[in-house]
Design a protein around this ligand. Structure first.
Ligand SMILES: Nc1ncnc2c1ncn2[C@@H]1O[C@H](COP(=O)(O)OP(=O)(O)OP(=O)(O)O)[C@@H](O)[C@H]1O
Length: 956
């Protein structure tokens, strides 16, 4: 027993009792006739305090027993047995990754190519020797795992996204790095635009690791914590304002997020009042280099994307409108179970349809509309949305006969009400006074008007972020009449002679604007198999950013172009404690490329040329590349000179769809229709009301009551060569026109190279179009996915319902009804464990594009490394048939979701009357406090969970 313990034990019990360190019961046993000690409880005498003997006021603080037996257990053992010695290495690992069996990458990766993370595993940036000690799992997405990590150097926690060890993920994650770095450093150095900060990235054990600021829960989880009741209008307003700041910045930068949804907006509770931040730029692209058409998660998918029309940053505004509505309602506004269903809901709720000019040119129009010509100049809906059209949306029967399959229709959530009715009739807080109801009604009118400007079918009329941010709903000004935003000067469309090299290791650099414009060089050597490749490096003095890694090499060595953008400058990034913050990019002459940032980051200076770096300063809009090997049938080679962004993405001859990859479709299936099987009574009789212009000024009287360390180094020298793009998996291959010379195909890998010759305003010829996977993958069908999804869901439900429980709440029957919600978290991925391996083949020296080992990436990118051990099977992820059959439900979020317990039978949790804590909304929600909840959740079904709502272009 140590000295302190002995001495404390030696204290007389009566003394302890007198000093308040023993419980009264214990004291009563030891000292039955207890009386207050004179020194402590004596009568108050002025001046006594100052003169008191400090010793007499001593309070003995003893370690609680529970601490001794838990936190201090090692010390306690040592006290008991001085010979006891503790070795951390002997501890069993606490795995955070599932499955945790190491079957790939020398046993470091599981069957899903995820690095097997365990508590206290150190992810090491070998250049800086900065160590990220894994402490917990924050989430799991398509791209890998996000771990909460401790950084001793900065004495802080960060979120580290550990990308799957596959080239496609690696490539696309680098796009995220580049875009985010650009946004952070160039456009938002002061961190005022609610976009997540990126701090570092490096390769560890062949996994790209990206360090972000640590944020809190996402808005979907927040809504869930609020039992799918909408948040209070003041919170909706606050978040709207902040998201708009982010969107305004992105628009300025010409960047489209492409995957805006509640799951990708995270709370940042470290600041008061709490803020939100936008995350997940892995799907983002430049506005004037839109290539992929299979983008956006379905519920948040804009009409132009759905129809296969050209798109701009306006698609994010559509998603934003959907998010605002969802924050208010607690459920998605357009929870389409299929694209047909999505469009059907849009038309019904908004009372209109996409404008004719769009329908005329969109690739997928015939899938959803019939041409009725001038005969049918019928009204499309009431109010301002009324207009005539030469197109009429297909009925379910017409769709079925045209597509030879029944359209998947989801449950009705809003009882056929239009937008105005949905918002106006949403239950109020029960506790609202009459004057408060009047006030809320006014704000609801403002909200309806706000939403109308966002979920506007016509992207040309849809409000921009700046326009929207001046709406009374956001500014808080009184709403008196429909808002008419000041017109904005439209951005001049940038003509696109898009020519994207389909080489997997290169295309995405275009998107990121990172590929060096080096002419006269082939981007890649020609591998001889679409499935297996080997790459060998001959690297020379290889600092520079990751940007062009794998894309170009200017002659002698990879190093000369690695990561740099621009002709001749190698850019180097480093962190500087003296300088403002984060990553600084320097050209070789030492001129800072990036503007400085006042936000002091936590990292110390890195040696020059540590390998970090993108070149935002040179960030030039470029198209996202694609991975033709996945999406292009052999022998296809066509070219697009796309003059209209988004219009010339991969298209499907038969379906007119360019919704890209089989991977995406597979993922789509995996995320598909999670609402299937949910009960949705929908008892309320809808009361249609007129559009905003008619209700302006009305006040509704609706008061519805209604630890073990792992070796740091494990990098295998093997490399996987990418031929896929996990996110931007359009099926076309658009060749960004600057470099014909770079137009190196890799037929064996790509199965042909497609370049579409296209002029502005034209649609690609169908014969030149790349097929939708559904067209060429005999195994693909949305219905199949649905079935798979559904069956797997039932398994999951039973599996997971054991561990999840959502409390019950009072459920209002009006105007909506109670709901049931399946669980959705899954870590099932049977297919991945069955991934075939196969033969390997050699890359030519200098060919890159896959995740290097950590030391390769930052350690000068290896010097003259030509190593036959750079052989590794390239997974057959690009095999259409295989991908088409890949089961769904690969994605799951094992992080936050577990915080909420769900009970299928009790979707509604007990109502709480506590109010929102503006300083910490999360804690408020977690504590059961209401986010200004408006009575019971009026909706009869609960939407799918965060990780299951993405249905597009995902590698699973
Ligand atoms: N900076 C962060 N702080 C805290 N948690 C985070 C952070 N970034 C991501 N997460 C958690 O990890 C999850 C997955 O992150 P992210 O969406 O970036 O990965 P992804 O693989 O791109 O996912 P998705 O499949 O949605 O595209 C998020 O939903 C969130 O729960």
């Amino acid at each position: 027993m140590d000295e302190a313990s002995s001495s404390s034990m030696a204290v007389d019990s009566s003394e302890l009792a007198a000093e308040g360190t023993l419980s009264s019961s214990a004291a009563a046993v030891v000292v039955p006739s207890w009386r207050p000690s004179q020194g402590v409880f004596g009568p108050y005498l002025p001046g006594q305090q100052a003169n008191a003997n400090p010793q007499s006021l001593r309070v003995v603080v003893r370690r609680p027993l529970v601490a001794r037996l838990t936190k201090d257990i090692v010390e306690t053992y040592r006290i008991c047995n001085p010979k006891f010695s503790y070795s951390e290495e002997l501890n069993p690992k606490r795995f955070l990754t599932s499955p945790s069996a190491g079957v790939l990458n020398d046993g470091h990766d599981n069957a899903n190519s995820d690095l097997i993370l365990s508590v206290n595993l150190e992810l090491v940036n070998l250049d800086t020797t900065r160590r990220y000690v894994v402490k917990d799992m924050l989430g799991h997405g398509t791209f890998g795992q996000v771990a909460k990590c401790w950084v001793e150097e900065s004495n802080s926690f960060l979120a580290v996204k550990v990308i799957k060890n596959q080239p496609a993920y690696y490539q696309q994650a680098l796009v995220e790095v580049s875009i985010l770095t650009t946004l952070n450093k160039k456009y938002d150095p002061d961190d005022k635009h609610h976009i997540v900060r990126i701090y570092d990235y490096f390769v560890y054990r062949r996994h790209l690791c990206i360090a972000f600021e640590l944020l809190d829960t996402n808005l979907y989880e927040l809504i869930k914590l609020n039992h799918f009741r909408g948040l209070s209008l003041s919170i909706v307003q606050l978040f709207s304002k902040q998201i708009l700041r982010g969107l305004a910045l992105m628009k300025d930068a010409g960047i489209i997020h492409c995957d805006l949804k509640p799951e990708n907006i995270l709370l940042c509770t470290s600041v008061k009042p709490a803020e939100i931040k936008i995350i997940d730029f892995g799907s983002a692209c430049m506005e004037d280099r839109t290539v992929y058409s299979y983008i956006q998660s379905r519920y948040y998918r804009s009409p132009e994307v759905l129809l296969g029309y050209q798109y701009t940053t306006a698609i994010d505004m559509w998603s934003f409108g959907c998010i605002v509505a969802e924050l208010f309602l607690g459920l998605p506004l357009f929870p389409g179970a299929s694209e047909f269903d999505l469009l059907r809901r849009m038309i019904k709720i908004l009372g209109g349809q996409p404008p004719d000019y769009m329908l005329k040119d969109a690739k997928n129009t015939s899938k959803f509309f019939k041409f009725v010509g001038s005969i049918n100049q019928e009204e499309c809906g009431p109010g301002p949305m009324s207009r005539s059209s030469v197109y009429q949306s297909l009925t379910e029967e017409e769709y079925e006969s045209r597509e030879s399959k029944k359209p998947v229709i989801g449950k009705e959530y809003f009882n056929h009400m239009n937008l105005e009715a949905i918002v106006r009739k949403y239950p109020y807080k029960k506790i609202l006074r009459e004057d408060e109801i009047i006030k809320e009604n006014q704000i609801r009118l403002a909200l309806i008007d706000f939403l109308r400007g966002l979920v506007e079918f016509d992207p040309a009329k849809r409000w921009s972020p700046v326009q929207a941010s001046k709406h009374p709903f956001v500014t808080g000004e009184p709403f008196t009449c429909p808002y008419r935003p000041a017109p904005e000067t439209p951005r001049l469309p940038v003509s696109q002679n898009v020519k994207v090299d389909h080489h997997p290791s290169g295309g995405h650099w275009f998107a990121a604007g990172l590929s060096p414009n080096i002419s006269g060089r082939n981007r890649v050597a020609v591998p001889s198999s679409p499935h297996y490749q080997v790459m060998q490096y001959a690297h020379v003095g290889s600092y520079g950013s990751l940007g062009s890694h794998g894309s170009y090499h200017d002659g002698a060595a990879l190093g000369s172009s690695y990561g740099s953008y621009g002709d001749n400058s190698n850019l180097h990034a480093f962190y500087s404690p003296a300088g403002p913050s984060g990553m600084h990019l320097y050209a070789q002459n030492g001129v800072s490329i990036l503007g400085s940032s006042p936000d002091t980051r936590r990292f110390k200076q890195l040696p020059h040329g540590n390998g970090l770096g993108v070149s935002p300063g040179n960030f030039v809009p470029m198209s996202l590349g694609t991975s033709p090997s996945q999406f292009t049938p052999p022998s296809m080679y066509s070219q697009i000179s796309a003059g209209s962004p988004g219009n010339y993405g991969p298209s499907s001859p038969s379906r007119g769809s360019c919704h890209g990859s089989p991977l995406g479709k597979m993922a789509a299936g995996s995320q598909y229709n999670r609402r299937k099987g949910w009960v949705y009574p929908g008892s309320y009789q809808s009361q249609e009301i007129s559009s905003s212009s008619h209700w302006q000024g009305q006040v509704a009287d609706g008061n519805n009551s209604s630890q073990a360390n792992s070796p740091v180094f494990g990098g295998s020298l093997m490399h996987i060569h990418s031929n896929s793009n996990p996110r931007q998996q359009g099926s076309n291959s658009v060749n960004v026109g600057f470099s014909n010379a770079h137009n190196i195909t890799s037929p064996s890998m790509l199965g042909g190279h497609a370049q579409f010759q296209k002029t502005q305003g034209d649609k690609p010829d169908a014969s030149n179009s790349l097929p939708d996977p559904g067209d060429w993958d005999p195994n693909y069908s949305e219905e199949l996915f649905l079935q798979e999804d559904s069956s797997e869901m039932s398994n999951l439900s039973s599996e997971l319902s054991k561990g999840m429980h959502l409390g019950q709440a009072g459920v209002s029957q009006e105007p909506f009804a109670g709901v049931r919600r399946p669980n959705q978290i899954s870590n099932l991925n049977p297919s991945m464990s069955q991934r075939p391996t196969g033969q390997t083949q050699a890359f030519l020296p200098g060919e890159v594009g896959s995740p290097p080992s950590g030391h390769e990436l930052h350690g000068g990118y290896m010097h003259n490394m030509v190593n036959p051990s750079y052989l590794m099977p390239h997974f057959a992820q690009s095999s259409p048939s295989r991908l088409g059959q890949q089961p769904p439900l690969h994605r799951f979020n094992q992080g936050r979701a577990t915080a909420v317990h769900y009970n299928e039978n009790h979707a509604m949790a007990q109502s709480s009357h506590s109010t929102y804590n503006a300083d910490n909304p999360l804690s408020a929600a977690r504590n059961g406090a209401s986010w200004g909840r408006r009575g019971s959740n009026p909706l009869p079904n609960i939407p799918p969970t965060s990780r299951t709502r993405k249905d597009y272009k995902r590698i699973a």
